[in-house]
Ligand binder design. Structure first.
Ligand SMILES: Cc1ncc(COP(=O)(O)O)c(C=O)c1O
Length: 407
């Protein structure tokens, strides 16, 4: 008889709902990027060069660079942030992580106990919300407008928590191409957030992993760059610009914080080959690569916008993306996105239903997040048309005069 593991599981153990079944034909979820844009030749050349030049240093955990990650990569990250985000940081403030998700896990582990509260944008990255749920941490949602997290509401939420005797542990924000709303917070609002954080004496965790994907390339300085009190912990990633499966991200913090983070990174270092390849490839190619990536993503975004307008008409409302890889769509009230996602899945369409990407799920039942980074232009067109058919069949939305089904 097979051993039954369930009898010895720890209290922290949880259960995967299903085994992976492969990607569906219309895969409009996840942070995946456009396949042809992965710079395979450049990475291959970099790998060949760097492994010959520095491969023997892999004999030691952390190579010659220690627990914060491969020094040439940290130097690139620091220089790149200086140029792109106005952050004045050195390689010593950078910790290379296994994707920015590991950075998020480290910050959560560093600061949170069950029962604590995190204040965050009320529509949010599903992966951040599930992590907080797993840690039994509460979160208080702050309303967004077209400029990102609303500062008047942030103040109200923090004051309300305070009045109830609850201290928020930190503000988590995705200020640049917010996930899922795609908004960019202005410099003025970033400064106001710092003022409010000072007033309530809180740290800010700034997740900037989409910041390089703004179509016109212009962005406000990072909140980290505007901070004069060492109040901000920052994370970024090469997932969206180079490749998510590389699993290379970074956390940036002053040593006073980093010294507490380092002991929590117990994986003995992020994969060295990935770090070495990126350190070799990026200094020469990052800007040109990103410049070539943006029109590809914008064309996909335009296609999704057109397809939504064509097939849903006025039933779908959204802000046209200014960057990133997703679009946050509001459908009429009668559309239940949880049910829509279940029936769409049967037709090979994957989408993110609003309740899984929001603090107040009920109020967002009629919203969906659609990702356009990975599917081809043709797949986007056909997938959105099919989604409109499914939605019409289930909810009578969009309205149609006839009952024409597409295949
Ligand atoms: C807001 C946000 N943060 C973090 C991540 C994690 O990215 P990675 O671990 O690949 O860097 C994602 C992924 O989609 C995201 O949307």
């Amino acid at each position: 008889m097979a051993f039954d593991i369930s009898g010895v599981l720890s209290a922290r153990a949880s259960t995967a709902s299903v085994r992976w079944q492969g990607y569906p034909p219309f895969h409009f979820i996840g942070g995946n990027i456009d396949e042809p844009t992965v710079p395979v030749d450049g990475l291959a050349a970099a790998l060949d060069k760097v492994i010959k030049a520095d491969g023997h240093s892999m004999a030691k955990y952390g190579m010659e660079s220690g627990p914060q990650g491969y020094l040439p990569l940290r130097q690139f990250v620091a220089a790149n942030l200086n140029r792109r985000t106005e952050m004045e940081v050195g390689a010593d403030e950078v910790l290379i992580t296994s994707g920015s998700l590991q950075a998020m896990d480290l910050v959560n582990q560093l600061l949170l106990e069950p029962g604590d509260t995190v204040v965050l944008e009320s529509a949010n990255y599903g992966g951040a919300l599930t992590r907080l749920n797993r840690l039994e941490v509460d979160y208080a949602g702050v309303d967004l407008d077209d400029g990102g997290m609303r500062m008047d509401h942030l103040r109200t939420v923090l004051a309300d928590l305070k009045n109830r005797g609850r201290r928020a542990k930190f503000i988590y924000t995705i200020p640049t191409i917010q996930n899922p709303t795609g908004t960019i917070m202005s410099r003025a609002r970033r400064l106001e957030m710092l003022e409010i954080a000072a007033e309530f004496d809180l740290p800010i965790f700034e997740d900037d992993c989409y910041a390089d994907l703004i179509w016109d390339g212009s962005r406000p300085p990072a909140i980290y760059a505007l901070d004069t009190e060492d109040r901000v912990i920052y994370c970024g990633s090469f997932s969206k610009t180079i490749a998510p499966a590389l699993r290379v991200g970074y956390l940036v913090a002053p040593w006073a914080v980093l010294r507490h983070v380092l002991p929590l990174k117990t994986d003995a270092g992020t994969g060295s080959l990935e770090q070495m390849v990126l350190a070799e490839y990026l200094p020469q190619h990052f800007d040109t690569h990103v410049d070539s990536l943006l029109p590809v993503l914008k064309a996909k975004s335009d296609t999704m916008v057109e397809a939504l307008s064509e097939h849903f008409g006025t039933a779908a409302t959204f802000e046209v993306p200014v960057g990133g890889i997703y679009i946050w769509v509001t459908l009429p009230e009668q559309v239940d996105s949880l049910r829509l996602s279940a029936v769409a899945a049967e037709e090979g369409i994957a989408l993110n239903p609003g309740p899984e990407w929001t603090v107040d799920g009920d109020a967002n039942r009629n919203r969906v997040r659609l990702c356009f980074g990975h599917p081809s232009i043709d797949t986007i067109r056909r997938g959105v048309a099919k989604l409109a058919d499914v939605c019409h069949r289930e909810f009578g939305v969009p309205e149609r005069s006839g009952n024409v089904e597409r295949d």
